[in-house]
Design a protein around this ligand. Structure first.
Ligand code: NAP
Length: 270
């Protein structure tokens, strides 16, 4: 039986930290179980005012008062953020910084530190994220469970080996932007066909939401759902043929490949 972390803190009090703290409050944590550090006074005031959590400008204070500490600063700030912390011990660290490997984190925090790594995405900000947690990384089953409890507060969690986190970044990390572009183009197309702007946006957004919900709730393969709504010689067949002719599928394969490669490059430079 895994014991839930009684206290959770974040180093960095930006967007992702706020989403996680808010998610934990909604999941039943009380404000006195949570804290956050940030160098910016306005961010600290914002978090204490809106969420009621304890805030500080001392990262050490967060580490001393928390069983799990989420590392939620930009990757380029992470080394400086953990520099003043004690090495080889302390809480369980959960890093969500893109591209900073566990090997690097252990170099900075000491080989004896308990560290896990995960890659969330921006819908976490409204509790609808999907996070990949790196599995099989030398962390204990209990620590992975504790990290998962924290991450579940902002959406669903899947586990993958650490080397696949670049692919996760290419798909679900960057993926919301691909979908925004898809929605944007769908709106524009509707407007060109004469629909009022707001109606076109509503139709596009709800079509994407509805189709995604169909895939999730039926559990069917998307290709099967697509075939089912495509009558021979019909309107959908004409639309799909135009998409295939212009290479939508190939474009998406190339997008995920390019983003995955870029994530690998950034990790190498980190
Ligand atoms: N946003 C996403 O969708 C997303 C998805 C996956 C992973 N991530 C990862 O999540 C992390 C946080 O992203 P975010 O969007 O929440 O960034 P953010 O809004 O910029 O938040 C980071 C906060 O940490 C503060 N900070 C900087 N240096 C610090 C230090 N030494 N000690 C304590 N706090 C410090 C920053 O202050 P300043 O403003 O003064 O720098 C800022 O308020 C990043 O590593 C990112 O790679 C984000």
């Amino acid at each position: 039986m895994i014991s839930l972390p009684k206290t959770v803190g974040t180093i960095g009090g930006g967007n992702m930290a706020e989403a996680i703290l808010q998610g934990l409050l909604q999941a039943g944590y009380t404000a006195d179980q949570l804290c956050a550090s940030d160098p910016v006074a306005e961010r600290r005031e914002h978090l204490s005012r809106t969420l009621g959590v304890r805030t500080t400008d001392s990262n050490l204070e967060v580490v001393e008062g928390s069983e799990v500490v989420v590392l939620a600063v930009k990757p380029q700030h992470l080394e400086a953020a953990v520099d003043p912390l004690p090495k080889n011990g302390g809480p369980l660290y959960l890093s969500i910084a893109a591209g900073v490997t566990l090997a690097t984190l252990r170099r900075w925090l000491g080989s004896g530190a308990r560290v896990v790594r995960a890659m969330p995405n921006t819908p976490a900000l409204i509790g609808a994220g999907i996070t990949a947690l790196a599995d099989g990384t030398g962390a204990s089953a209990e620590d992975l469970e504790r990290a998962e409890v924290v991450l579940t507060s902002v959406g669903d969690v899947v586990r993958v080996p650490e080397h696949l986190l670049d692919a996760v970044t290419g798909l679900s990390g960057s993926g919301p932007a691909y979908v925004y572009l898809f929605i944007e183009a769908l709106c524009e197309a509707g407007i060109r066909e004469g629909l009022p702007t707001l109606v076109a946006r509503d139709l596009a957004v709800k079509t994407v939401l509805g189709a995604a919900a169909m895939v999730r709730e039926t559990g069917e393969h998307p290709a099967l759902l697509r075939e089912r709504v495509t009558s021979p010689g019909g309107t959908t067949a004409a639309g799909l043929a135009a998409l295939e002719d212009r290479g939508l599928r190939a474009a998406l394969l190339a997008a995920v490949e390019a983003a995955t490669e870029r994530s690998r490059e950034l990790a190498r430079d980190a």
